[in-house]
Design a protein around this ligand. Structure first.
Ligand code: HEC
Length: 458
């Protein structure tokens, strides 16, 4: 499949997209040359007829070559699905009709038969029709079947989708359909979907994604973004051969990367499943169930903060301030007005002062918090003592110590604690794990494991 060894056969197949332009152009020109004298009722002379012969024969020859290349490509590449089926049928028809047209033209000339000459015209027209159809399905294969419809205005768009109206397309408004699917559709689906499965991977069906691709590495590990091959590929250097999307294509926007990682961290819920609120959130929500004010959201937009609702009809927000540097005044000014809505918060990389940490600790619906590399110490973390809603706390890269064990123990909802790059290591780490019964304490090694295994097997 996609991992075939380099060689002449593979090269032959992959020349298909290059070579197919010859028969397309030549055969269409042949048809124009053929019918022009009939339409204008003019005889353009012998030279013209010779040119027509040459163009037609070269067209038929290149059509046969392009079709053989196409068949080779289909057998060495990762193709399947309806688009390929029709592209192949019409592609082979182009080669077939063009060869038949040449033969009919030869016999028609020899026997000066009117019938043969008519049949010749018919096969030439059929050939041109097949070229357009093969081109249509071929384009859909290379760019994804949404390439044209998504750019077209409505009546044309539904016609291109084959009569499917937009209402059939997206009825659900769950987190997957509204936030994740559009990113995958835009950046990945053309190579990992119904029509093409590069690397044996397809994203259109949850079960197939979980089976993964040819590498055997887990594409998505629900709950663990950093162990997911999908995330590793997205973050590889753009020059890396394994980077996704490949060939130097642009990576999804930072905001979209955050959305994908958060989605996987939340257990990668699929279409129809909700990302939240967890029962815990729902409880606290009943006290504070008001959406954030538009002014507050505008301010986030202006400041370039990434945020989005946990799902369509939930006022809770996932807020990420880790992609840019913000000073403490700014953080407080932006977060204060949404203190009842922030449920997931990432302020990694920003140095936080006491006031800011206290403000964050007071948020009523806070369930996941990343304070990675915020220069927060034991004293400041003290603000979270007895916290009742935090399920996940990331303190990596901070000068914190085992002194905090009791504070952690007092956080009644805590399930996951990230503490790599802190002073809690070795024996301290073992003791902390002992003390925090029922809390997953992640210290780094287990998180890098996924990607590290990945590079070994390559
Ligand atoms: C232009 C085509 C193309 C696009 C677009 C593309 N991929 Fe790929 N992808 C490939 C090819 C080819 C392979 C197989 C070679 C390899 O493993 O690098 C592959 C392999 C993969 C694999 C490894 C599968 C396995 O386990 O073997 C993952 C994961 C992946 N892609 C994710 C993505 C994601 C996520 C996106 C969208 C952001 C994406 N790809 C977009 C072509 C593409």
């Amino acid at each position: 499949m996609g991992l075939a060894e380099p060689g002449y056969i593979l090269l032959f197949g992959r020349l298909h997209p290059l070579v197919l332009h010859f028969p397309v152009a030549l055969l269409i020109v042949a048809a124009v040359l053929e019918f022009l004298p009939k339409i204008t009722k003019t005889n353009y002379g012998n030279g013209y007829n010779i040119a027509l012969w040459i163009v037609l024969c070269l067209g038929a020859l290149s059509a046969v070559v392009a079709a053989s290349m196409g068949l080779t490509l289909a057998s060495t590449g990762s193709y399947g699905g309806e688009m390929v089926y029709w592209h192949m049928r019409f592609g082979l028809s182009v080669a077939g009709f063009s060869v038949v047209a040449v033969l009919l033209k030869v016999f028609a000339a020899e026997k000066s038969s009117k019938l043969l000459s008519r049949l010749y015209s018919v096969s030439l027209i059929a050939c041109v029709f097949a070229i357009f159809m093969a081109g249509h399905y071929g384009g859909a294969l290379t760019h994804g079947s949404e390439f044209l419809p998504s750019a077209a205005p409505e009546p044309i768009a539904s016609w291109l989708r084959g009569g499917e109206t937009a209402t059939v397309k997206r009825v659900s408004n769950d987190h997957y359909s509204t936030a994740i699917k559009p990113i995958i559709d835009e950046h990945c689906a053309s190579c990992h979907g119904v029509d093409k499965q590069e690397g044996g991977l397809r994203f259109d069906d949850p079960e197939l994604v979980l089976i993964g691709g040819e590498s055997g590495l887990p594409t998505i590990v629900p709950g663990k973004a950093l162990s997911s091959e999908m995330v590793r590929r997205l973050f590889l250097n753009r020059e890396d051969k394994k980077a996704m999307p490949p060939d130097g294509r642009a990576r999804p926007a930072d905001r979209d990367l955050v959305i994908i990682m958060d989605w996987i961290e939340a257990g990668a819920p699929w279409q129809g499943e909700t990302i939240g609120p967890t029962p815990l959130m729902a409880d606290s929500l009943s006290v504070n169930a008001v959406p954030a004010s538009l002014d507050a959201l505008d301010a986030l937009d202006t400041a370039g903060v990434t945020y989005f609702p946990m799902n369509e009809d939930n006022p809770l927000l996932n807020v990420d301030m880790s992609l840019k540097a913000y000073d403490n005044e700014m953080i407080k000014r932006l977060l204060e007005p949404i203190k009842n809505q922030v449920s997931w918060l990432n302020v990694a990389g920003n140095t936080l002062d006491d006031d800011t940490v206290e403000l964050i600790a007071s948020f009523a619906n806070l369930t996941r918090l990343s304070l990675a590399r915020t220069n927060i110490d034991d004293d400041k973390v003290g603000a979270f003592e007895g916290h009742t809603t935090l399920t996940s706390l990331n303190l990596t890269g901070n000068p914190i110590t085992l002194e905090l064990a009791d504070e952690f123990n007092s956080m009644t909802s805590l399930q996951t604690l990230y503490i790599w790059g802190t002073a809690i290591e070795g024996d301290d780490l073992l003791r902390l794990r002992d003390i925090l019964d029922g809390v997953t304490v992640l210290s780094g090694a287990e998180l890098i494991k996924g990607p590290a295994v990945a590079s070994e097997t390559e």
